[in-house]
Design a protein around this ligand. Structure first.
Ligand code: 3HC
Length: 307
């Protein structure tokens, strides 16, 4: 039996490439009003202009009407900077899409627990961090995690892992923390389906299914480059033409963001202590240098960041 998601208003925290994409599919596909917050106003402006561009392209390609694009855009509201998380007070669900940093996410989920309605679903778009740890942060300090109140607060936390570019990629990975209730899982799944996504489920292990498989593959490609096995172009072309991958692994790493790839690989390595997840020195050095891939203009390739 399908469950109604019951989301009448969504909050999205973080207006980077993932948060913007999530806000867009929620407004356009699930037709849900969306509040967007990012501590950087420049990031919000960038996110909204990307949204406008993507909607205009959908109109130009005849996929949606002008009217539908306008309705979707009108569903998106920006939470003002001084309100912060308090701006999400009346949402039924929030999706956190900030960078891969456990202490940042813990602080955010503690403030969600303090500021949001007690029945609001608290979803994280983390790529690899333990949903169970994030859920534990949603239990107020003065509350026993095993008490009814503690279980209720953590039980509404769930992993909802979207893929980049969100409007194009068809998958959402759904991850249950140890504490997540069945109702939270069912409603989060129904919401992802309403956003036009197929849903797979994964246990709460480092990297879930997706990044536990993808990151060693990307890392191995970086090590090939490091060892001089082949040029960046030949490594990528081998996978693109030999295996029909839409992008080669180095190009994909640049697209995801090298800082994000490194953060995920560190979580995988620390969480499993398995040497197959150890990040390559070259990846670490590139991140040290501030070469984050496409978003910074330089990664394994060079990019124009002017537009
Ligand atoms: N945002 C929104 N849409 C985008 C986009 C972006 N950043 N980049 C490309 N697109 C859209 C294009 O507008 C185009 O749409 P259209 O069909 O309406 O014209 C469509 O994608 C195809 O784009 P192009 O024709 O320009 O280029 P490609 O055919 O090369 O496709 C791609 C681009 C869809 C990005 C394709 O190369 C691809 O699928 N690459 C692999 C992406 C991937 O693996 N993503 C998952 C990364 S892992 C992840 O996100 C998880 C995290 O935890 C790390």
């Amino acid at each position: 039996m399908s469950v109604a998601h019951g989301i009448r208003k969504l909050g999205v925290l973080g207006a980077g490439q993932m948060g913007t994409g999530i806000a867009l599919v929620a407004a356009l596909r699930a037709k849900v009003p969306v509040l967007v917050y990012d501590r950087s106003p420049e990031q919000v402006t960038k996110g909204l202009s990307l949204m406008d561009k993507l909607l205009a392209k959908d109109v130009a390609k005849g996929r949606i009407t002008n009217e539908q694009a306008k309705e979707a855009r009108d569903r998106v509201t920006v939470v003002s900077g001084d309100l912060g998380v308090r701006g999400f007070r009346d949402v039924d669900m929030v999706v956190e899409a900030v960078s891969e940093n456990l202490s940042l996410k813990e602080a955010i989920f503690a403030s969600f627990a303090a500021e949001l309605r007690p029945d609001a679903i608290l979803a994280t778009n983390t790529s690899s961090i333990s949903i169970t740890k994030i859920a534990a942060a949603a239990v107020p300090d003065n509350t026993n995690a095993a008490s009814e109140a503690g279980k209720k607060s953590a039980g509404r936390v769930v992993g909802l892992h979207f893929f980049n570019p969100v409007p194009v990629m068809k998958l959402v990975e759904l991850i249950s923390a140890l504490q997540t209730t069945q109702e939270t899982l069912d409603r989060a799944r129904a919401f992802a389906v309403a956003c036009g996504k197929e849903v797979t489920t994964s246990k709460d292990v480092p990297g879930f299914v997706s990044n536990a498989l993808l990151m060693p593959f990307i890392n191995e490609a970086i090590m090939c480059l490091e060892k001089g096995t082949a040029t960046r172009e030949d490594i990528d072309t081998t996978l693109k033409l030999g295996m029909n991958h839409p992008m080669g692994p180095l190009q994909l790493a640049d697209f995801i963001g090298l800082d994000t790839c490194l953060a995920i690989q560190q979580t995988l390595y620390e969480g499993t202590r398995d040497s197959k997840y150890r990040p390559s020195i070259l990846l670490e050095r590139m991140v040290d240098a501030g070469w984050y891939g496409k978003k910074s203009g330089k990664g394994f390739y060079e990019y124009d960041t002017s537009g």
